[in-house]
Design a binder for this molecule. Structure first.
Ligand SMILES: Cc1ncc(COP(=O)(O)O)c(C=O)c1O
Length: 461
């Protein structure tokens, strides 16, 4: 039987039964190109037998690469010893205790408490519920609003999705009432005439005005990705993080650093908000790379100051009524421990810092293409923003499917990239070598050339 024949049944089953996340359900009939059947290191294998370099690391998550024996063995060993162990109330298990301690040891000073979940959305929900719980215990129940910035992505549960101000999120589902957005710290698309420090002032003003309008007594927290990932790898202007933290803290508003993407090495640090951006958060959320995608795992770090209040009283009214069946799941936490072991032993953070500099420099060469408005990124995350006109920064109409065209040409050369609106997103496994990074950039360069010539022959340029 051909390789394709082997997988024909599964492809049929998928078409008949699987609802694919974030898809147009009318047009998601998958083909053998879309069915992945194996993975090793930075590579995936599809149902046609093609080996493809995965420059997305799945969804920003397969940080130590696919198919690592050490990860597999840690998971197997824990599943054999104790396959499940809940941690509600006074139940505990060994892997979750050890993992909490190891994560706390990597966190900024004064952040020693860890709540485990199974995904980034849940980690963010946890951070917000914890902030609400804190203020309620302090008799300040009115502090409920949650602020977030345009172009951010915080997840897909109701509250996390409501905080997500990108794409057509808010047109397709309802929005939870307690969220408000402020201007995006997106320098490339700063309003006309607001360059440099003036843009920074404008952003901080917008935050201050929003606080005045809603009333600080009504706002619990502000959530921010240190680098906005799915929004297009947007790096806020220098000084932004520290200034928004200062404004929030002056108004007794907690700051949540959503490090679901930026954490666990992608920017060369286990947590990047404070060391890279001077962003002193009260709560930090982690997911994705925390287990390199081997098991569903996330963590919400809670500051000692918050923990002191939420743990002060034993009366029934102050119970921390929050938790999930799989919180602190021992097999997931065992994967988390093995992932940290690998990252430490192989100095993955140091590797990202070293190779990331060259990778980013090589990607900047793509700015020579007439289709590229901006290339931006840090460490092992980057975006190529595609435009129809470099002077006006106008984007192509959605029907052109500009980033999808680049994706197709990349794939033809054995490279998986992620098209997101007018962006080509890159978040390779953190074990990618410098030479592989050069190759990735070269493939994208050739793909851009091909797209340009396709557009010309179709009369679209
Ligand atoms: C910054 C950020 N936060 C939260 C999430 C949500 O994580 P999950 O899909 O694991 O719920 C994502 C997912 O892409 C993300 O990019």
């Amino acid at each position: 039987m051909t390789i394709e024949g082997t997988y024909r049944t599964a492809i049929g089953q998928d078409r008949s039964h699987v609802i694919h996340p974030f898809s147009h359900l009318a047009t998601t009939d998958i083909t053998p190109d879309d069915m992945y059947v194996g993975g090793a290191g930075c590579y995936l294998e599809d149902a046609r037998g093609n080996r493809l370099f995965d420059a997305n690391a799945g969804l920003w998550c397969v940080n130590v690469g696919y198919g690592r024996d050490e990860m597999v063995e840690a998971i197997r060993e824990q599943a054999a010893r104790m396959s499940y162990g809940q941690i509600f109330a006074r139940n505990a298990n060994l892997p979750s205790a050890e993992l909490a301690a190891r994560i706390a040891a990597k966190a900024p000073r004064g952040m020693n408490r860890v709540f485990f979940g199974t995904g980034g959305s849940i980690a963010n929900e946890t951070a917000i519920r914890t902030a609400h719980h804190y203020f309620r215990l302090q008799g300040r129940d009115s502090k409920r609003f949650v602020l977030s910035v345009d172009q951010s992505y915080h997840g897909s549960t109701y509250l996390a999705a409501s905080l997500t101000f990108s794409g057509n999120y808010h047109e397709t589902f309802h929005v939870v009432e307690v969220v408000r957005s402020i201007a995006s710290p997106y320098p490339y698309r700063a309003p006309e005439g607001l360059e440099g420090d003036r843009f920074l002032d404008y952003l901080v003003d917008d935050l201050e005005r929003t606080i005045t309008r809603l009333g600080a007594d009504n706002i619990a927290c502000f959530i921010l990705e240190p680098v906005l990932g799915a929004g297009g790898v947007i790096i806020p202007p220098e000084g932004y993080h520290a200034r928004v933290v200062e404004v929030c803290h002056a108004n007794d508003i907690f700051v949540i650093a959503d490090e679901v993407v930026t954490g666990f090495g992608r920017l060369g640090h286990f947590m990047a908000a404070e060391p890279v951006f001077g962003m002193q958060a009260d709560l930090i959320t982690l997911g994705k790379g925390i287990s390199s995608g081997y098991q569903p795992l996330s963590a919400t770090l809670v500051s000692d100051r918050i923990h002191e209040v939420i743990s002060a009283s034993g009366d029934p009214e102050s119970i921390y009524a929050h938790g999930f069946t799989h919180s602190g799941h021992p097999v997931c936490c065992a994967a988390g421990l093995a992932n940290i072991d690998i990252m430490e032993r192989e100095d993955v953070c140091g590797h990202v810092t070293r190779v990331g500099t060259r990778f980013q420099a090589r990607l900047r060469d793509l700015q020579g293409s007439s289709l590229v408005g901006e290339v931006r990124g840090m460490g092992f995350m980057a975006a190529v923003e595609l435009v129809a006109d470099r002077t006006t920064k106008a984007v192509f109409p959605a029907e052109v499917g500009i980033s999808g065209r680049v994706e197709t040409h990349c794939r033809d050369q054995g490279l998986i990239v992620r098209p997101l609106r007018q962006h080509v997103i890159l978040s390779p496994p953190l074990i990618m070598t410098a030479e592989e990074g050069d190759w990735v950039a070269g493939v994208i360069e050739r793909s851009l050339d091909r797209v340009e010539s396709d557009l010309r022959s179709e009369g679209l340029l």
